[in-house]
Design a protein around this ligand. Structure first.
Ligand code: BDR
Ligand code: CA
Length: 315
């Protein structure tokens, strides 16, 4: 069975990514590592602990990762992130704090997991690439040993969501993302090209609330906050983007998307800093270590998403 690590800045869609992973019998979620972005790293791991508890999986260990990019002295949550995910990252919904604590050593946990599970391990980062880059710097051989990285971030064929060329996760640490993209690690980029096509509405969250369980109510309340924010920031979409759960969906079943094999880089200099684009030095290399998802089977993904999460939340 494939093993999964989720590397999360646990906001709302990261929460739904946890639920998708826990609702997928094909994979085992062996741990969560915390990063920063939607919230501070410390808040993100608190959320991940509380969410795994309420979803009935307190056995999943949660580790603290790095609190900011190595090129910066610290990290502050942007006002837009608090608007979209809530001050606490989970839609300002109060759910019981976990009795558990996050463990130190998220980067070491990633390295050790690659050593233990090798090609059976898929790492799914749905925030900045800071932890994954640190793991590769620490143990460069893991790029040949790990199964795959399936990351939510970037945009190849559509504009960014921070500005015309940058997506939020990549924008937090473009240097780390560039390092990972050019490291030769097998990686699938699940970016805005596909994640802005997979949308959720109040109709679906009502189904979770109608389950009458604490988990169903929590997921519905948390996600409704996010749908409401999308009504203000992107009313033309008609729902909220299922960014992070789609990355988990692709890790579980790669046939949900069609990918373009392409060696990529991230612009780290100049006005386009944070842009994800083909690496001109490796474009003609017949060996493609990366691929970018450019098409998604929207209906099939939404079916899988609703079935898996509803079954989990009903239990
Ligand atoms: C990404 O940015 C974060 O706000 C979301 O959780 C998602 O990972 C979308 O650009
Ligand atoms: Ca995220």
């Amino acid at each position: 069975m494939k093993k999964l690590i989720l590397d999360l800045d646990t906001g709302v869609d990261d929460t739904l990514a946890i639920a998708y992973a826990l609702g997928s019998p094909e994979v085992e979620l062996i741990g969560i590592t915390g990063t920063y972005g939607n919230v501070l790293m410390e808040q993100g791991v608190r959320n991940a602990l509380a969410i795994t508890d309420i979803l009935g999986h307190p056995e999943v260990p949660v580790y603290k990762g790095l609190p900011h990019a190595s090129t910066k002295d610290g990290f502050e949550v942007l006002p837009i992130s608090a608007f979209i995910h809530g001050e606490n990252g989970i839609g300002d919904v109060e759910i019981p704090d976990s009795g558990r604590d996050a463990q130190d050593g998220g980067v070491d946990f990633i390295v050790d997991a690659v050593k233990t599970y090798g090609k059976d391990l898929i790492i799914v980062p749905t925030g900045p690439q800071t932890n994954v880059a640190a793991a590769i710097r620490k143990a460069p051989e893991i790029v040949d040993e790990v199964g795959r990285i399936v990351l939510m971030g970037g945009a190849l064929t559509v504009p960014g969501n921070v500005n015309a060329w940058t997506e939020a996760n990549i924008s937090q640490d473009p240097d780390a993302a560039n390092f990972v993209f050019r490291s030769g690690v097998p990686a699938t980029m699940v970016g805005l090209d596909v994640t802005l096509q997979t949308l959720l509405t109040y109709k679906e969250t009502r189904r979770w609330r109608d389950l009458g369980t604490a988990a169903g109510k929590a997921l519905a309340d948390i996600t409704d906050f996010y749908i409401k924010a999308y009504e203000t920031t992107a009313p033309h979409l008609g729902g909220c983007g299922l960014h992070d759960p789609l990355a988990v969906g692709v890790a579980v079943d790669p046939t949900l998307v069609t990918c373009l094999p392409i060696n990529m880089k991230v612009d780290v200099d100049g006005p386009t800093r944070g842009r994800t684009i083909g690496d001109e030095q490796r474009l003609n290399d017949p060996v493609k270590t990366m691929e970018a998802a450019v098409q998604v089977d929207v209906d099939r993904f939404l079916d899988e998403f609703m079935t898996r999460i509803s079954n989990l939340a009903a239990a």
